[in-house]
Design a protein around this ligand. Structure first.
Ligand SMILES: NC(=O)c1ccc[n+]([C@@H]2O[C@H](COP(=O)([O-])OP(=O)(O)OC[C@H]3O[C@@H](n4cnc5c(N)ncnc54)[C@H](OP(=O)(O)O)[C@@H]3O)[C@@H](O)[C@H]2O)c1
Length: 310
């Protein structure tokens, strides 16, 4: 497994990270048993994955903890708490309790990366002023190592919130949506994170639109209709076929595209199926797409910042 350094955390991690959320939640979303999901985690670790992302909201912290313990390996664990409680935004005083619950579910002593989950731009200042001090206190107590933040890509596809977070430079790690359909983070977020030494986790490398041809045709059709993408000479039923000169599938091209973007550290891949996991880890470790293919992609899709491929 290829490795990289997660920005200024200095942590050496696999370039492929296992994602415990997304539509699949390690298979929990579609009825896989606890043991089946644990087997996905174990297989990932066996194949060299040393970075796993989960969250209190996913209900997969126990699965991740059990998988890590069963493997006997050391893995960098990223988990998160939502600042959105049932009565509105949570308070700084709540954060310690959230972290302790995650530690208990994961059965760990320390959370390597502990992030605010899915923050929207309007709430960013509150999170920074009310919740970040609590994260820093947890770091001083040794309960977490590195504070992070993740964006809500579906409602903030142009990364407004993360732009603000990078201005403040209080987070060691950020999680950003980035893919073939919306590569805008390559301009707005990844170079800034790299320059500041902020580690990056890439999410949305592959979701529905990049794994299901009908969904892809629908998203690209919308972009062409709205004038965001030049549709001339593009087969709207199979708009990413030009990538297939260089890759065996759109999914493969999508992971290779993310993996080799400057400033992209860990590419997350979530699944409940061992066969998808194995395939994706191979794709993530594939070669960069050829420059000519990247140039064609950039010419059509380089400016898109309005969709996520959800
Ligand atoms: N705001 C946030 O903090 C936030 C938001 C979203 C995600 N995340 C994190 O980021 C991780 C990655 O998220 P993601 O958005 O990139 O989605 P993902 O969790 O990687 O999900 C990918 C989806 O594509 C399917 N898939 C995977 N490999 C495939 C293949 N080879 N062929 C066809 N289909 C395939 C999977 O379904 P199968 O189970 O059928 O394989 C899965 O539902 C998440 O797991 C989560 O940890 C964080």
């Amino acid at each position: 497994m290829q490795t990289t350094v997660l920005g200024r955390t200095g942590l050496e991690v696999s370039v492929a990270g296992l994602g415990g959320g997304g539509h699949s939640r390690l298979g929990k979303s579609y009825g896989r048993s606890h043991d089946e999901s644990v087997a996905v985690v174990r297989r990932a670790i066996d194949l060299g994955v040393s970075f796993i992302d989960t969250a209190a909201a996913y209900g997969t912290e126990e699965i991740v903890g059990d998988g890590i313990r069963a493997s006997g390996e050391t893995v960098v664990v990223s988990t998160k708490f939502s600042p959105y409680g049932k009565d509105g935004l949570v308070k700084g005083a709540d954060v310690k309790r959230f972290a302790e619950k995650s530690l208990k579910r994961l059965r760990l002593e320390t959370l390597d990366v502990y992030s605010l989950h899915g923050v929207v731009a309007e709430d960013y200042a509150y999170c920074r002023d009310e919740l970040v001090p609590a994260l820093l206190a947890l770091r001083d107590q040794g309960k977490i190592r590195f504070p992070g933040i993740t964006e809500r890509f579906n409602s903030d596809p142009a990364h407004v919130m993360l732009g603000r977070a990078l201005d403040d430079d209080v987070f060691d790690v950020v999680m950003v949506g980035f893919n073939l359909l919306n590569p805008s983070a390559a301009r707005s977020i990844l170079p800034r994170a790299k320059a500041a030494g902020v580690g990056t986790q890439i999410m949305f490398a592959v979701r529905r639109a990049l794994s299901q041809p009908d969904a892809l045709a629908e998203v690209v059709g919308g972009l062409v209709e709205r004038g965001e993408v030049d549709g001339s000479g593009l087969d709207l039923e199979r708009p990413f076929d030009f990538l297939l000169d260089a890759a065996g599938s759109v999914v493969e091209a999508a992971y290779r595209f993310c993996r080799h973007a400057p400033g992209a550290d860990v590419i997350l891949t979530g699944t409940g199926r061992v066969e998808h996991l194995e395939e994706n880890l191979g794709f993530i470790q594939g070669d960069p797409l050829p420059a000519s293919v990247l140039a064609q992609h950039e010419a059509r899709f380089g400016a898109v910042d309005s969709v996520t491929g959800n």
